[in-house]
Write a protein that binds this ligand. Structure first.
Ligand SMILES: *[C@@H]1O[C@H](CO)[C@@H](O)[C@H](O)[C@H]1NC(C)=O
Length: 195
């Protein structure tokens, strides 16, 4: 158990800790509340950042690292015109709800092959929804030159472990693991703080 003072100091920092083997331990709702994170949160006041990716605004609405979520995690992401995710895959389910704007989802569903290969392109639009099957390589791209693309994203099995591809012909085995992912890294809680 972390000392309470430590939790208070960190507030919007991590409420989960990585142990030596990289596993995460969730903390109870009570602990989250004690840490000064209110149950009802104003989305406009939540921490947001581009996490080093131009054109992105990411807000973790409910997260594993941030709020101790164990089964699902929810993000609100806004992509400025032309901005996009990396080409990537992850072994969790992912559901998108498009709140504003439009764009394109690129999806390579032949993940049994050695490499993603040429992806299929699907137009996405305001009030549309789509999901990404586990481990399918994909990329979300705001291809609309005039408008931001805003999506609500739900993933299972947080925190997400992302494998990133440089291009669609990169072999699956060469994809680079990024864990913890950028917004989880921000909240990394070093094990010694637990003692
Ligand atoms: C999205 O679709 C639902 C179902 O038809 C509808 O109730 C809702 O008003 C729509 N939202 C927007 C923002 O268009």
């Amino acid at each position: 158990m972390m000392p309470e003072g430590g939790l208070r100091r960190r507030q919007h920092s991590s409420l989960r800790a990585w142990d030596d083997v990289g596993m995460l331990k969730g903390l109870s709702v009570q602990t989250v509340l004690q840490a000064g994170i209110p149950l009802v949160r104003n989305i406009s006041e939540l921490p947001q950042s581009d996490y080093g990716r131009g054109g992105l605004s990411h807000i973790t609405i409910a997260g594993s690292v941030l709020h101790g979520m164990k089964e699902v995690e929810i993000w609100l992401q806004t992509f400025s015109p032309g901005s996009r995710t990396p080409i990537h895959r992850h072994s969790c389910e992912e559901v998108f709800v498009v709140l504003k704007g439009s764009g394109t989802i690129f999806l390579a569903s032949n993940s049994h092959e050695k490499q993603p290969g040429k992806p299929q392109e699907y137009p996405i639009f305001s009030n549309s929804t789509f999901h990404i099957p586990m481990n399918d390589v994909h990329q979300v791209w705001n291809t609309n030159e005039n408008e931001d693309l805003q999506v609500l994203v739900v993933i299972s099995r947080p925190p997400v472990k992302v494998f990133i591809y440089e291009d669609w012909s990169m072999p699956h085995t060469a994809a680079k693991l990024k864990f913890p992912y950028y917004w989880d890294e921000d909240c990394f809680y070093s094990p010694k703080d637990e003692l």
